[in-house]
Design a protein around this ligand. Structure first.
Ligand SMILES: Cc1cc2nc3c(=O)[nH]c(=O)nc-3n(C[C@H](O)[C@H](O)[C@H](O)COP(=O)(O)O)c2cc1C
Length: 213
């Protein structure tokens, strides 16, 4: 959550009318801050939709670990189903839904890999057991028993002893670079507010459209 550009038109912040926002990043940062304050857990949870290798859409939850004007970052096992799908078709959609606020944010765009330095730096902040889990889990591959997984965890725990656990090469992050971001907020009688920001390419100006709910 770094490098969020300054909010140029804070009128919506003072009036509370988010539809007056002129760009999406400041608005997303403000909604995320409110979600952090009000959600009982995982305000950064988002549904990640990819294109399956069979052409069908595929979706699962992931945790957004970084957000700024470059995009939305999550981390995973590169050999997992989502990892393989994103390699074959580097495009995705994200969906945040905050029940306590009754808001959703919908994001679409191309996907790029984070740098090794970024992944190393985030991996180093993870709990040691989560770091060992990243080595022990062949995410999305068949697992014969829970015991087999626990054996793998014990093996890597012994292997790394008390030293630092390095990031496995098969574990890294993806950044969804938004080309469209839609903000939705409920209003009484289902007469909700929706605005969508779109741009042609990174660096181009955002267009804003209000839509029927
Ligand atoms: C709230 C929540 C957050 C999750 N966060 C992540 C995550 O950040 N990275 C990850 O690889 N899996 C995460 N998972 C597990 C995924 O939903 C999924 O089960 C797993 O990554 C395998 O997905 P795949 O087979 O499509 O690759 C999370 C699950 C939940 C319910």
């Amino acid at each position: 959550m770094t490098d969020t550009p300054p909010i140029e038109h804070p009128v919506w912040l003072t009036t509370g009318d988010f539809t007056a926002a002129q760009e999406p990043f400041g608005l997303f940062a403000a909604w995320m801050a409110e979600a952090v304050a009000s959600e009982p857990r995982d305000p950064n949870a988002m549904a990640l939709a990819t294109i399956g290798t069979d052409g069908l859409p595929d979706a699962r939850m992931v945790l957004m670990k970084d957000f700024d004007a470059q995009g939305f970052v999550f981390y995973t096992n590169l050999g997992s189903q989502k990892g393989r799908e994103l390699k074959a078709a580097p495009k995705a959609a994200l969906l945040f839904y905050w029940k306590t606020l009754n808001r959703q944010v919908r994001v679409r765009g191309p996907v790029e890999s984070v740098t090794d330095a970024e992944a190393d730096s985030y991996f180093a902040t993870r709990n040691r057991m989560a770091q060992i889990g990243a080595w022990a889990s062949k995410q999305s591959q068949p697992l014969e028993s829970r015991l087999a997984f626990e054996k793998a965890i014990a093996l890597y725990t012994a292997k790394f002893g008390v030293g630092a656990v390095p990031r496995p090469a098969h574990w890294s992050g993806f950044r969804i670079v938004p080309m469209a971001i839609e903000f939705w907020h409920d209003r009484p009688f289902r007469l909700h507010d929706r605005i969508e920001f779109k741009r042609e390419r990174v660096g181009a100006a955002w267009s804003k459209t209000r839509m029927y709910p």
